[in-house]
Ligand binder design. Structure first.
Ligand code: FES
Length: 111
């Protein structure tokens, strides 16, 4: 069984409510979204035309791509509005003492 390893990304106070911020973690471009009172980690890449999602507006759990306006649910990456059709990747996230940590290998196939 593969052990889940969490990587430190940022402090919760670094990301205001309703905002998002991108971080490079072990070569993964990860967007942390502060939605309602929770934090979510998604890949910082729109599945429509591969634009960065950073700076996209948020409406509750919905993240809107700044380029053409596709929207995604930050909880599971599912598409909520076109022109995108494919979901975006999400990452497991936990908060420990105000520290946001994400797991990068959770979807890796076990050896
Ligand atoms: S690149 Fe995001 S909607 Fe087109």
């Amino acid at each position: 069984m593969t052990e889940t390893h969490y990587h430190f990304v940022a402090m919760t106070k670094d990301i205001a409510a309703g905002k998002n911020k991108a971080y490079i973690v072990e070569e993964h471009d990860i967007l942390i979204c502060h939605s309602k009172d929770e934090f979510f980690a998604v890949e910082n890449l729109c599945s429509h035309a591969m634009a960065p999602l950073e700076g996209g507006r948020q409406r509750a759990y919905r993240l809107i791509c700044p380029l053409h306006g596709a929207s995604f649910d930050v909880r599971d990456g599912s598409v909520k509005g076109q022109p995108a059709f494919k979901p975006i990747r999400t990452y497991p996230l936990r908060v420990v003492d105000g520290r946001i940590e994400v797991a990068l290998n959770a979807e890796a196939a076990p050896d």
